[in-house]
Design a protein around this ligand. Sequence first.
Ligand code: P6P
Length: 345
Amino acid sequence: SAPPKSQYELYTLTTWLLKEEMNGTLDGELATVLSSIATACKQIASLVTRAGISNLTGLAGAANIQGEDQKKLDVISNEVFCNALRASGRTGVIASEEEDLPVSVEETYSGNYVVVFDPLDGSSNIDAGISTGSIFGIYAPSEECSIGDMDNPEKMLENCILNVCQPGSSLLAAGYCLYSSSTVFVLTVGTGVYGFTYDSIVGEFVLSHPNMKVPESGKIYAFNEGNYCAWDQGLKDYINSLKDGSNFHGQPYSARYIGSLVGDFHRTLLYGGIYGYPGDSKNKTGKLRLLYECAPMSLIMEQAGGKGSTGVQRVLEVCPEAVHQRVPLFIGSPKEVDYLESFCK
Ligand code: P6P
């Protein structure tokens, strides 16, 4: 019979990765990449928590390719992620919201994984101490093209772009780390969704949310209604039906909007409902980036029994044509996303 459970047994992220590896559902090299990402998130959690007392709030004085003013912690978090991925020795190419172009990693000696990430999403909330998060996705290197050799930089860049521009359906793993009232690392490797809460005393992510499943339906919607006037009529009708109760629930929804995708997503995953960032008359494809925001979050939501849609198609089926391509995103409980799509057809 199984030995009595020790009161001191700690089920950490490391334990979980080792068990997935032993079950044959996770390649050891990929486990190493995930472990290095978790270390980067621990470092970022500490930086974010102490931003106000270590002169790390405010702007960095530069803008990224998105034209967004970079916060100091955007730049530092990006550096933390890149350092951790290089040090893993298993990463071939990285693409970041904060990097204009994908970067090939010379230090690779095994694995050669492609990692896409938003190192600190929602950083405009930093100075106010409101939730932020890191988002990542991991692909196998593209069979069609190896990264190539250093003496042909143009060809190498082209191959790097081809390696990162893969549809979300090809993701091997995806996850995020929420920096909020607690620090929670949530990931999927294709066998369901698991959440680990950071225990700063031990310095480990400890399993707190085994096999997460989004409720079939919920009563909360998260949209920035400040953009209402720029939305198309179908979307206005949809939002109005949530507010006046003329929806399939037969009663009004509650509105919650943190302005941080990771915070709004995590609440939606746990409580149900829908988060949306639609396209509008100003930006037809919306604001969120397909590669390192919408696709990883859609894989997680689908693995938890939910849906991630552009309004007209499954996010995971969209094949990126550009690294920083944007798509509209509607993500959450299956019933809410289906209902939303009925207004977008
Ligand atoms: P808005 C943060 O900048 C972000 O990318 C997401 O985290 C968040 O959900 C969204 O943009 C907020 O955008 O236009 O509502 O402020």
